[in-house]
Design a protein around this ligand. Sequence first.
Ligand SMILES: NC(=O)c1ccc[n+]([C@@H]2O[C@H](COP(=O)([O-])OP(=O)(O)OC[C@H]3O[C@@H](n4cnc5c(N)ncnc54)[C@H](OP(=O)(O)O)[C@@H]3O)[C@@H](O)[C@H]2O)c1
Length: 241
Amino acid sequence: MKLNGKKVLITGGARRIGAVIARHIAEQGAVLMLHCHNGIAEGEKLLEELPGTGHRIFQADFSIPGAAEKLAAGCGEVDVLINNASIYARTPADLPEAESRRYFEVNFWSPLALMRAFAVPERSSEGVVINIVDQEILRPAAENGIYAVSRKALADATLAFALEHACRGLRFNAVAPGPMIPPPGLEHSTMSKVLKSVPTGKRIAPEDLAATLLYIIANDSLTGAVIPVDGGQHLKNYEYL
Ligand SMILES: NC(=O)c1ccc[n+]([C@@H]2O[C@H](COP(=O)([O-])OP(=O)(O)OC[C@H]3O[C@@H](n4cnc5c(N)ncnc54)[C@H](OP(=O)(O)O)[C@@H]3O)[C@@H](O)[C@H]2O)c1
């Protein structure tokens, strides 16, 4: 698919990695439907800076059931959906149920609701969905149980949707990044420690992730793939200690 003039919904696109993705997509001539949660001011500023016209911003809290469905209705049919929004923190497998459910609401049910809205039976045009997950789906780190399971569930849903909708010209892929930037609130954490588990020894550039998304969108034969962009991290055990 060529992005010029195409309508692209990016969740969590106002700041951090989402904003890098938004810039790369807008540079290809796409019209952005930029979703944000708390980053509305940053998102509005970003849209002013982006090339092209017709970009819009939407606010939604995915921890509230039904919010993603409302977002989908507000955006209308999109050509490309990029599920980037997520929450991350240390989440042991025995996290209390309410908190576990919040992780699943934001990291699994909301992107799933957007995928469902994207693939409604009455849709006739081709389209591409990319779910950004985490290389931890392949090898969860200690104390990241619920986060990793919520991302793995989305990766698996990607494959199920890919198989079911391939004949309609709808493609579903996932990208599983390694460490790019420390999570919000953990900016003090030392990347050097995490990078011991990355064979290349290098932080993943958000631009490399964005380039992978452009490759997926452009490649009409690619569906049902989960692509690690992680410097080989999924090949190794975690060595945090
Ligand atoms: N950072 C890394 O090194 C790394 C590593 C592996 C995988 N990833 C994955 O790559 C993607 C981008 O990473 P990131 O570090 O930029 O992610 P992030 O900052 O943790 O989260 C991305 C966006 O999700 C939105 N969000 C958070 N809570 C939400 C809620 N309740 N409802 C709706 N939206 C909500 C936020 O939007 P607002 O800013 O508008 O509040 C935020 O900008 C994520 O899917 C992440 O899991 C990141």
